[in-house]
Design a protein around this ligand. Structure first.
Ligand SMILES: *Cc1c(COP(=O)(O)O)cnc(C)c1O
Length: 404
């Protein structure tokens, strides 16, 4: 099947240089392809030797905990984000939790975030004993609604966690205005937004501190769990360094109560290699997103906001359809793997019923949970794979006879 394909998977040619109107995209629908949702093996293949050498280097030195690899990766990541400090931790969840803890946020405090996010954002607020206060998202941007944020502030509110969901940075200016008016800390959840920008500043450098995840499928992914806090605040950075390392900055001196939340050295070594490719990988994700949006333009599906394209890093490419579940099943039959992020909003999750929210409290989030579908998206996706997904979707909407 691949023999017919002029643009095989992982083609070096940027997708935006390909004429999307040419009929070579009209791959014979009878030729079945399996299009994975993500393809890490394919992404790693061209520099697999370097990744193997990075792992072997750690094994050679037997320096498995912290050490110079972690420090070097922290320095590179801080420089990449444009912050003074970066502190490696063992997950995105820990990054969120330690950031809150280092600012002494705990019982009696409230932290505002969106209902439309991965559950870890709220779980980290809960983990420090503070109360997660959820707000809806703006129907246009799908990001935290500044009006809803303003309406949720109480005298107990200490911080706001805007979530740069799917790789799009939350339009920060209106969020900042509300936060400044009420003296709130701005703590970014940048777990899906490595490299994304807002007015030429990177995610991670847009608030008081930010949390990143290096979960393997994120735009910058480790060979297991990992995370990072970025900040310009030197004393916060020092507190997080101690919190992650049983309260210790100096061996066997435990100045504060702490945890073991260190970033493993082997992950830092791998991430250093992958960080060098992050901008290229994000460019390719944007190219793939541009190709999807150009080819899906005539179908009755909601597409990502074109206004956000330049700065977006497309961790996910998400479309919206009232027929989402049926469409997903149809694509599966064609061999196209898709995802739903996220099918059940936090306020309707059994584990978070105690927050006291119910159906109807966040109508935009609830509609999105019914309608969002994440299409295959990874830096080495080929134009033929994208065209195949589009063909499958076109076939679906032709069959059901809904057209705009
Ligand atoms: C992945 C993710 C997290 C948590 O990261 P882990 O490394 O899995 O703990 C938090 N928030 C968002 C928005 C995420 O996508």
């Amino acid at each position: 099947m691949a023999a017919r394909d002029p643009y095989p998977v992982g083609t070096e040619e940027p997708l935006t240089t390909i004429d999307l109107t040419q009929d070579r995209l009209l791959i014979d629908a009878a030729v079945r392809m399996d299009v994975p949702f993500v393809d890490l093996a394919n992404e790693h293949a061209p520099y697999r030797d370097e990744l193997d050498a990075a792992v072997a280097g750690v094994v050679d030195t037997c320096s498995f905990v912290l050490g110079s690899e972690v420090a070097a990766f922290e320095a590179s990541f801080a420089e990449y984000c444009g912050t003074a400090h970066a502190i490696g931790v063992d997950s995105g969840f820990s990054a969120l939790e330690l950031m809150l803890r280092a600012y002494d946020i705990g019982p009696g405090d409230e932290v505002i975030t969106t209902a439309n996010t991965f559950v870890a954002t709220a779980a980290a607020i809960d983990a420090v004993g503070a109360r997660p206060v959820l707000v809806d998202v703006d129907p246009g941007t799908h990001c935290m609604s500044p009006e809803d944020l303003a309406g949720a502030v109480t005298p107990r509110t200490k911080a706001v966690i805007p979530v740069h969901l799917f790789g799009r940075v939350v339009p920060m200016e209106p969020i900042r205005a509300v936060a400044e008016r009420h003296g709130l800390l701005i703590l970014e959840d940048a777990c899906q937004a490595h490299g994304a920008r807002y007015r030429n500043r990177r995610a991670g450098a847009l608030g008081h501190a930010a949390a990143f995840s290096f979960y393997p499928s994120k735009n910058l992914g480790a060979f297991g769990d990992g995370g990072m806090v970025t900040t310009d605040d030197a004393s916060l950075a020092q507190r997080i360094r101690m919190l992650r390392n049983v309260g210790s900055a100096e061996k066997y001196i435990h100045e504060i109560r702490g945890f073991n939340r260190r970033l493993d050295t082997v992950h830092a070594a791998v991430l250093r290699v992958k960080l060098e490719r992050l901008d290229t990988a994000n460019d390719r994700r944007r190219d793939a997103a541009a190709a999807y949006s150009a080819l899906l333009g005539d179908l009755p599906v909601g597409l990502p906001d074109p206004a956000a394209f330049g700065q977006h890093v497309f961790h996910l490419y998400v479309v919206e359809s009232e027929r989402r579940d049926e469409l997903q099943g149809f694509l599966e039959e064609w061999g196209v793997s898709t995802g739903i992020h996220y099918p059940v909003p936090i306020h309707l999750q059994p584990g978070y019923r105690w927050l006291g929210y119910g159906e109807g409290d966040f109508p935009v989030t609830e509609r999105l949970a019914r309608e969002m579908l994440s299409l295959p998206m990874f830096p080495t996706i080929g134009i033929s794979q994208i065209a195949y997904v589009v063909r499958a979707m076109t076939d679906y909407f032709s069959r059901v006879g809904v057209w705009t």
